[in-house]
Design a protein around this ligand. Sequence first.
Ligand code: ACM
Ligand code: ZN
Length: 754
Amino acid sequence: MKYFVLVFFVLTSVFYTSQNSFTFPVIPLPNNYTITSGQFIISEKTSVYCSSENLKEQINYFNAFLKNNNQINLVATNESTRKNCIKVFWDKNQTSESYQLTINPENIIIKGDTTGIFYAFQTIIQLINSQTAKTIKLPGLFIYDKPAFKWRGMHLDVSRHFFSVDFVKRYIDFLAMYKLNTFHWHLTDDQGWRIEIKKYPKLTQIGAFRKGSMIGKYSDSNYDTINYGGFYTQNQIKEVVAYAQKKHITVVPEIEMPGHSQAAIAAYPWLSCSGKYQDVAKGWGVFEDVFCTKDSTINFLHHVLDEVVNLFPGKYIHIGGDECPKTRWKACANCQSLIKKQNLKDEHELQSYFIKQIEKYLNSKGKQIIGWDEILEGGLAPNAAVMSWRGMEGGIAAAKEKHFVVMSPGTHCYFDHYQSSPSDEPLAIGGFTPLEKVYDFNPIPQELNADEQKYILGAQANVWTEYILNEKQVEYMTMPRMAALAEVLWTMRVNKNETNFLIRLQDHFAKLDNLNLNYAKALYNVDYKVSPASQCKNLKLELSANNYLGDIYYTLDGSEPSEKSIKYTTSIELKKDILVKSALFKNHELKGKVVSRNYQINKATNKLPIFKYPPSKYYNKGGSFVLVNGETAKLPRINDQWLGWNGNDIEVVIDLEKPDEITSVEIGFLKEELNWIYLPKEITLLLSENGLEYKTVDTLFEKNIKNDRDCNFIVSKQQARFVKIIAKNHGKILSGKPGAGEDAWLFCDEIKIN
Ligand code: ACM
Ligand code: ZN
């Protein structure tokens, strides 16, 4: 089946290109389409006919696009039989959101419901792509199209960083271009309350501004002192909602509760358990001061939600529910007495009780709640929908309980994650979600039977903005991953094909250039993979990129690659220390960026490390080879270049296979104390001729470690075959530090022996 689909794609695109010299830059790919002969030309002479008054808005939208993009004014006509005419028919019989589009040399004919017709125009606009002339050529074709999923969403966090109304509208335009229909607006969090609430003006007077922000990496713990903030007035919110409505997009507001509520508490301290004053949070993460479950706080939330429901006409209100520490509730007389009164088991059931109260209130206003998957803990509210972010498991559990689900797992749908190797990207929160991974996402888990699968409404990607400081960076992190997500959600899985997507995407980039969009070109970055070469000491380096994107050229002498460099055809054997630079070229143009990797071939390279204690299964992705692969891991950390031990020491032996002269031993560790990763207390180097009796050469103590990435032992020319390193774990984390009382982690990336 897959093979058939691929052949179909290749044949149609070849036919298409040779017949009309058009490409087919439509994303998401329509579910049924046939390329026919001939072409239609839109010009000043083209007229537009519309069967029904209620389509005026769609026609005006398309007219405005043509006027702006091509200086073409379409002539309105009442004659449905006219030639050189774009004819739009409202078809009650089309199911919701579907459309038919016929383009032939005489006419363009569109049929659909109002949303379907809007999507037909989006398809045409994408076919126009980068044509800006006063005559537009469109290929002959027939499309019948409808979406695979109902909830096709994008989220935007405007709390950690704030974005203007104009940018929010531009973001909504991107969603509309890709036939996405849900904008999840994350309006409140610890670092800023962004929606005007008339009854509680301090929410925005105080809660919308913080006295500084975290700068750089979380682990650096650095802050600036710049007053930062902003909020949307209710009029601005209405303006955005109306704008989105015109683009057939529902805005789902998120009002976070009971956690992530420090900005509200800064405005009204009595909302928390202790009532103590708090600043709006300056740093990222999870905070312990959360909404108390007492009546006065619940009443406050009711009043806030009264205003929220009047601003957002959609069915769903997102109530957050994620990452709510229970520390304050455990020490709060009000919360504890509510647990007793309601006969609840613990604080998880208290959270569930809290959410159920909010649900009851919103249901009474004709709204449904949706919340992050933590709302499953302690029992789901009766009508709640679940947004599954900590993997798919929460969504699976909810669907089995017959609750609606939106899939948004961190693995595939977090667009704040890196999209290429972190060392080649601007600072991000972490993770690794390249374009191909997004494209491959399947919102329907295999664990669900056909009946349960019906509860999966669709999926969305989340754009958390701790490390996304400005609007250009939002564009960079979301594009083109949003295009890949759109195809996941619109195009049936059997019609999807990654190579075909990448071909269309490259044509589509011309449109993004026209929109002056700061999209990422990470898909063009060459991937590097080293593995043991057949000759024991050497490494085999494979470079890869999708063939359709261009050819790889590389250099081994430190110079910048060009089309005059070595063209990559087969793996490269690395025999000595070497810097490899490579890049992708297409049509004599450098695509993406030059990617450099440094390999140091040494006596440890490619030998098998033997561990006394195995690394943690969670930090062993690259296997023990990562310690001897010739590559020092780059920062920020990407986990498959590290091995991690939790609580244990590292005791490792490298067998050089024959006695050899040793002059130095280097080992790389990681220090990220905020993430519970500590340097070893001490490191001891031992050598042996026979692997039985070892001689201690030297011990390095933590306080003497100057460079954690390369702890260096100088050995005065000793013969040995076995090299043993013992690195002592830091032990329990001290009180007052993140992870206090827990076992520290020890992370190691490379051992070099010379
Ligand atoms: C989340 O990412 N905390 C929902
Ligand atoms: Zn309380």
